[in-house]
Design a protein around this ligand. Structure first.
Ligand SMILES: C[S@@+](CC[C@H](N)C(=O)[O-])C[C@H]1O[C@@H](n2cnc3c(N)ncnc32)[C@H](O)[C@@H]1O
Ligand code: SF4
Length: 295
């Protein structure tokens, strides 16, 4: 099985109320705290649980219950690098033979973390860069930290090269907003310049409430409403990625569009079927359905 396509093993159409087999993938939210205030993120608009960190002991306890789960995703909603036990957690999971990855905002990727992520043998470090300029970064991610992140990434890629470390595989992630889709070609160029070989266009999960500030809204989402020039941007980006030798994908992408259901969250794998189905609709965040299953 390709670890990056594990979800394709499960045929959503065939799935009944009771799972026929034990999970192959676990999402372990190592913290629900964050240092950013992204305009797309439910956490920015209200907390549904008290702040918490997952300890190594709890990870032992959880992982022991799911021996079939070989892929461990260490983010939910929150920034994983805020958990000081993270490198011990990764090392433990790697020693148990698991494939380990997480998304991160990379604002805290200092020299200590750069070395620790390599030493712990993390498989994938997925960076939510979401923009190509300091201005658009601040508009989407809430804080003016674009130059800091680029410096962190440059230093990380240099360290990897110096140590000859193949892992972690570093990728850049752009959440699909109408406002930033035009930046996609430059996003690919930034990846190429940094020596990052993978870029992902991530579907926007949106919800309904009265907040006028948030960007996670239906009209921001591109799903099923790709305009002509948006399609053109995506096609041009595919060609550019090929030319630059980059792997470029929408998260969980494979076959043609399938219509959304009113309760999109429970049908997440169905949405994951279309290359540019970069939207999932959920109800307003509340305990139990906060979209911790972002790709
Ligand atoms: C919730 S974050 C947690 C990990 C880390 N804090 C980060 O930003 O990468 C997980 C992923 O969800 C993305 N994300 C944030 N808001 C989203 C939304 N409304 N729809 C889809 N993805 C979103 C982030 O960009 C990130 O790649
Ligand atoms: S998307 Fe990630 S970095 Fe942004 S507020 Fe949410 S958890 Fe924090």
């Amino acid at each position: 099985m390709d670890e990056k396509k594990y979800f394709q093993v499960i045929d959503a159409d065939q799935r009944g109320a009771i799972a026929p087999s034990a999970p192959t993938c676990l999402y372990l939210e190592v913290t629900n705290e964050c240092n950013l205030t992204c305009k797309t993120c439910p956490l920015t608009y209200g907390r549904v649980e008290p702040p918490a960190l997952l300890t190594l002991d709890k990870v032992h306890f959880l992982v022991a219950q799911f021996p079939s789960a070989m892929r461990m995703v260490l983010h939910g909603i929150g920034e994983p690098l805020l958990n000081k036990e993270l490198s011990e957690i990764i090392s433990y999971l790697k020693a148990a033979g698991k494939y380990v990855l997480f998304n991160s905002n990379a604002t805290l990727l200092n020299a200590r973390w750069r070395q620790a992520l390599i030493d712990s043998q993390l498989d994938e470090y997925r960076v939510s860069l979401d923009a190509t300029t300091p201005e658009s970064y601040a508009a989407v991610r809430g804080k003016p930290l674009f130059p800091l992140i680029l410096n962190n990434l440059e230093a990380f890629m240099t360290l990897k090269r110096r140590l000859g470390a193949a892992n972690p595989c570093v990728s850049l992630w752009l959440t699909g907003l109408r406002e930033t889709l035009t930046e996609l070609p430059d996003f690919l160029r930034i990846a190429h310049r940094l020596g990052i070989e993978e870029v992902y266009l991530q579907r926007l999960v949106y919800w309904h409430d009265d907040n006028n500030e948030k960007l996670a809204t239906a009209d921001q989402s591109l799903f099923q409403s790709l305009q002509f020039n948006e399609e053109e941007i995506i096609q041009a980006s595919e060609a550019l990625a090929k030319q630059l030798g980059l792997r470029f994908e929408a998260s969980g992408a494979t076959t043609p569009a399938i219509a959304p259901s009113p309760n999109g969250m429970s049908d997440f794998t169905v949405f994951a079927a279309w290359p540019y189905a970069i939207q999932t609709e959920i109800d307003a965040p509340r305990p139990g359905i906060t979209p911790t299953r972002m790709p």
